[in-house]
Ligand binder design. Structure first.
Ligand code: TTP
Ligand code: MG
Length: 346
């Protein structure tokens, strides 16, 4: 059966909420993130509004660099609680339009609209969703519509900001052929580089590689990529109830390798996240530890449990094991550590 999949992603989410709350900053470049401290701050940018992006400022850029690029920008701290409340309101609106809603992050979701009668109706619903969010929350969003999740997501990336893009099933193949390989979800920067060495830039060129070659290049994911670039992506809009990911990071005032300092900070992070899980009555399923070494080289390690879990000892033990591996595997000084958790309903 032909599916109608909608992907929605809010535009510069944290920054747009701050603009709404602080109308006096309208029209100015605005950056949400850690304190730039006049250029000596050591954290990163969470996000920037589209005016600030013109200066080259983007998510995950060191805040000191953002300050250098545009010292006159408005710099605001992250008010996570507020963004979470707004996110819940938005998801509430989305759930009126489909029983199948998969929330991917605070500002992003997939809806299965296959119950509708064709893409014309799908487009109408997409407009209604955009309008309702704008009316109720005063926020703009971007929506992509396609016959699977990958196409819907690519459509969103192309239509940003405040856009709506529909890729009809009969247009899908031509649409995909024209893309650069990095536009395909699942093909990261490292793979893009490898492919480029083989002279492959466009999806149409990638299609010339057979199944076997793709499996060699991408491992297990090769099969998924093989289908995806041909417009076949069977992945369902999941009802797994991944509610959200919770995370916290810490940038040390000075790069360090002192285990006492590092583990003291990490214990604080572990306890903070555990408390948040408790307050929201959530279980955890995936733990990701982030470690950024001196010079900004950033690595992550993840553990996904077979079953969702609610045991603090496991939570703490597994997180610390991953952090320890970072300490052992490199002699470099550490700049930042963090922990992110994918949570599920109890
Ligand atoms: P995104 O949807 O990736 O970005 P965005 O909504 O700010 O901008 P866009 O219009 O391109 O969608 O992420 C949603 C929010 O998540 C973002 O507003 C801030 C937060 N975030 C971070 O804190 N750090 C990050 O590195 C990224 C990518 C996002
Ligand atoms: Mg967004």
């Amino acid at each position: 059966m032909e599916r109608i999949i909608l992907h929605i992603d809010m535009d510069c989410f944290f920054a747009q909420i701050e603009e709404r709350e602080n109308p006096q900053f309208k029209g100015r470049p605005l950056v949400v993130g850690s304190d730039p401290k006049g250029g000596s701050g050591r954290g990163v940018v969470s996000t920037a509004n589209y005016i600030a992006r013109k200066y080259g400022i983007h998510s995950a850029l060191p805040i000191s660099q953002a300050f250098r690029l545009c010292p006159e920008a408005v710099f605001l701290p992250v008010n996570f609680g507020l963004y979470e409340r707004v996110s819940e309101n938005i998801f509430g609106i989305l759930r009126k339009y489909s029983e199948r809603v998969e929330t991917v992050s605070l500002d992003e979701a997939y809806l299965d609209l296959s119950y509708l009668n064709g893409f014309k109706e799908g487009e109408k619903v997409a407009r209604e969703i955009k309008n309702e969010i704008l009316e109720k929350e005063k926020l703009t969003s971007t929506i992509g519509l396609g016959s699977n999740k990958a196409i819907a997501k690519i459509a969103v990336n192309q239509a940003k900001p405040n856009g709506l893009k529909v890729v009809l099933p009969e247009e899908a193949e031509a649409f995909l052929n024209h893309l650069e390989v990095e536009e395909i979800p699942g093909i990261g920067p490292k793979k893009v580089e490898e492919l480029e060495k083989r002279g492959i830039r466009k999806v149409s060129e990638l299609k010339e590689l057979g199944r076997e070659k793709l499996r060699e290049l991408f491992g297990k994911a090769g099969e998924t990529i093989y289908g995806r670039i041909r417009g076949k992506d069977e992945e369902e809009v999941s009802l797994k109830n991944i509610i959200k990911s919770l995370g916290r990071e810490h940038t040390f005032e000075k790069d360090t390798r002192d285990p006492e300092i590092i583990f003291k900070v990490f214990d604080g992070i572990v306890e903070y996240i555990w408390e948040e899980l408790g307050k929201k009555n959530l279980s955890f399923k995936t733990l990701t530890v982030v470690c950024r070494y001196q010079g900004f080289e950033t690595h992550t390690r993840s553990l996904t449990l077979k079953e969702k879990e609610r045991n603090f000892r496991i939570f703490k033990r597994e997180s610390k094991k991953m952090l320890l591996k970072f300490l052992i595997s490199s002699p470099k000084l550490i700049r930042l550590i963090g922990l992110r958790v994918i949570c599920l309903e109890k």
